[in-house]
Design a protein around this ligand. Structure first.
Ligand SMILES: NC(=O)c1ccc[n+]([C@@H]2O[C@H](COP(=O)([O-])OP(=O)(O)OC[C@H]3O[C@@H](n4cnc5c(N)ncnc54)[C@H](OP(=O)(O)O)[C@@H]3O)[C@@H](O)[C@H]2O)c1
Length: 282
């Protein structure tokens, strides 16, 4: 892996932080994407110290903001000759409906459009690598709903958990549709469920929900180290060369929900994403 360039979003905490650490241990260059300079500096220094790899640095962006994503991609496109691996890991469960700076429901903006736009803007750099990978961190929580195309931003009725589930389903639709688009190219794309992980996930919510999540994590969740294993596997395992368009759980290919295989829904989501981002992959 020496010489490879890894980009990891949501890398200043939780699953993303451990993913960045483990990728640093492979000897490649790792670029952490964070939103808080002081925290990003702290985590970058800690990863350098623990891994002994000095090729670690960070870029700042609020990944719910399309202007920030565009500025981030412009900086990465400027500084990198190519990118070998993009791990789209950032994500949150946002229980009270709120809007991003672009006026888009926040869960959709951060958890799905953030992956969609950043990947699209970095695709040429990924195509420039001899063999590149895109890894989308989804969740088992995608099971259950379908995307509600009549009300995709929860304007009429909002449930934070449903919006989260839909965003994680969107990660899988995005993976399957992008894999089709990239078929025959040097770029593969896969997605995964990391497990129920004792990270800071859900701690952004107020009141009893936050405490219920912390309790549930203490009682039944796996460690962040275990939670990062499938992401690291998809980013770095030689055995996965050429494997694309798959959903993984515990480092194994697994079945995603029937809804995630609905091609019409995948196409519709793609068109909606292009419209909401003002960006086209073609
Ligand atoms: N934990 C679980 O049980 C679980 C289960 C299934 C799937 N997942 C998925 O795993 C991924 C990682 O979650 P996690 O459990 O590691 O969560 P986490 O501990 O809350 O970490 C989330 C990371 O995302 C960053 N982030 C949040 N909002 C951001 C924004 N607007 N702009 C830029 N960065 C932002 C956070 O930055 P700060 O460090 O600044 O807060 C943090 O680094 C998510 O996609 C989640 O859906 C988690």
């Amino acid at each position: 892996m020496t010489g490879k360039t890894f980009i990891v979003s949501g890398a200043t905490d939780g699953i993303g932080r451990v993913t960045a650490m483990e990728l640093a241990r492979t000897g490649g260059q790792v670029i952490l994407i964070g939103r808080d300079r002081a925290k990003a500096e702290r985590v970058t220094d800690a990863i350098k110290r623990a891994s002994g790899n000095q090729q670690i640095d960070f870029e700042l962006a609020d990944l719910s903001s399309q202007a920030d994503i565009r500025a981030l991609a412009a900086r990465l496109n400027e500084r990198l000759a190519h990118a070998d691996v993009l791990v789209n890991n950032v994500g949150a469960w946002i229980n009270q409906r709120r809007l991003s700076v672009d006026g888009i429901e926040m869960t959709l903006a951060l958890n799905h459009l953030g992956y969609f736009l950043l990947t699209g803007l970095l695709l040429d750099k990924l195509r420039g690598a001899p063999r590149a990978r895109i890894v989308n961190v989804s969740s088992m929580a995608h099971r259950g709903p379908q995307i509600d195309f009549d009300d995709p931003q929860g304007q009429e009725r909002y449930s934070g958990w449903r919006a989260y589930q839909a965003s994680k389903l969107a990660n899988i639709h995005f993976t399957y549709r992008l894999a089709e688009m990239l078929e025959g190219s040097s770029v593969t794309v896969n997605c995964l469920h990391p497990g129920f992980v004792a990270s800071k996930f859900g701690h952004n919510n107020r009141g009893w929900l936050k405490w219920a999540m912390i309790l549930a994590q203490q009682l039944g969740a796996i460690s962040e180290a275990k939670g990062a294993r499938t992401s690291v596997h998809l980013a770095a395992a030689e055995a996965l060369n050429g494997v694309s368009g798959k959903y993984f759980d515990k480092c194994q290919i697994a079945d995603s929900s029937a809804a995630s295989h609905d091609k019409d829904a995948g196409d519709r989501l793609w068109r909606l994403s292009e419209e909401l981002c003002g960006f086209s992959y073609s």
